[in-house]
Design a protein around this ligand. Structure first.
Ligand code: CU
Ligand code: CU
Length: 337
């Protein structure tokens, strides 16, 4: 969607779905921005009058506050002088909560949305042991350079992995950069929208400079099955980082691995307030191409962003598609000394 059509269609739905006290009438975002509510520092959640309650991480079994710094390096061993890195991924059907009181019948990798952020180093041999524990056929399709039989699409190699089935995808870690993986069974939009995706990082051989590293997978949820999203987020839970800001240190290099997995909408975007970042498209070069404060991504697009915060305080970040921000895709950095 673009423009007002989805806004008109989905906002009343959001009003019905998200427990709120005037999500739009209060101008929730601007109240937070200007601090006019007098909320105490560190209690950004209180600033958002649009949201009542919060999502209990124990119910979902995953917590956006952890997901944002959670990198899964798998298991490694040497085989004939080569490093082999291995992960187990299982598809599972699971109900998750994407906003307070808003349940969604998700399809997950390893019980979480997004799936684990898989992290390897350029040149390693990678093995992904996939087991389909879901009631539907699925695959795991990785972005990268590899042979067709390990591409995880229907009709090629093992094709769809049926419920109860398994397959080990195997390929080399190339090229370095920020990639992704997702199910590629049909109908594709449904298999992605239901939650079968995750970030996939291949570090360059020489690494990148030390930084506080964060992963942000932009996503959304079509909770009434009209093929438009009612909820938008980074790392699944609407307003998660508004309720619990991401704490970073003043002056420290912050590196954001930003992936857009949003289905049904053509574009998504990330905007940082009161700061600028270096942008490394797909992370496949070590020199940034841009110094900016907003990046727009189509589905499957990703960027590595690097920035430092010169001042302490609370700094908003959000989709610069205003409607997405109001429906959950916004949060705060809390910069401390
Ligand atoms: Cu699938
Ligand atoms: Cu893809």
């Amino acid at each position: 969607m673009l423009g007002g059509s989805l806004a008109a269609a989905s906002l009343p739905v959001a009003h019905a779905l998200i427990p709120h006290e005037g999500l739009h009438g209060q101008g929730a975002a601007s109240a937070s921005e200007h601090g006019s509510n007098g909320a105490a520092p560190g209690h950004a959640g209180a600033a958002h009058r649009g949201l009542v309650g919060s999502v209990d991480p124990a119910v979902n079994g995953f917590d956006p506050a952890r997901t944002v710094r959670d990198f899964d390096e798998g298991r490694t061993r040497r085989v004939g002088g080569r490093l082999v890195r291995e992960w187990d991924l299982m598809a599972e059907d699971k109900e998750i909560e994407v906003a307070p009181g808003v349940k969604y019948a998700a399809w997950t990798y390893n019980g979480r949305v997004p799936g684990p952020t898989l992290r390897a180093t350029e040149g390693e041999r990678l093995r992904i042991n996939f087991v389909n524990g879901s009631d539907h056929p699925h695959t795991v399709h990785f972005h990268g350079i590899h042979r067709d039989i390990h591409d995880g699409i229907p009709g090629v190699g093992p094709g769809n992995i049926e419920p109860g089935g398994s397959f080990t995808y195997e390929f080399d870690a190339e090229p370095f950069g920020l990639h992704l993986y997702h199910c590629h069974s049909t109908p594709l939009a449904d298999h992605i929208a239901k939650g079968l995706y995750g970030a996939f990082i291949i570090d360059p051989r020489g690494g990148r400079p030390d930084a506080d590293e964060l992963v942000m997978v932009q996503n959304g949820f079509d909770t009434n099955f009209d093929r438009e999203n009612e909820i938008y987020a980074v790392n699944t839970v609407a307003f998660a980082y508004e309720q619990q800001p991401i704490r970073v240190k003043r002056g420290e290099l912050v590196r954001i691995y930003l992936v857009n997995m949003l289905e049904f909408d053509l574009l998504n975007s990330f905007h940082i307030h009161a700061n600028f970042f270096d942008r490394y498209p797909t992370g496949t070069r070590l020199e940034p191409t841009d110094f900016t404060d907003t990046v727009t991504q189509g589905q499957g697009q990703r960027d590595i962003l690097e920035l430092r915060f010169p001042y302490t305080g609370k700094y908003m970040f959000h989709a610069h598609v205003s409607e997405f921000a109001e429906l959950g895709w916004m949060g705060f950095f809390e910069v401390v000394d």
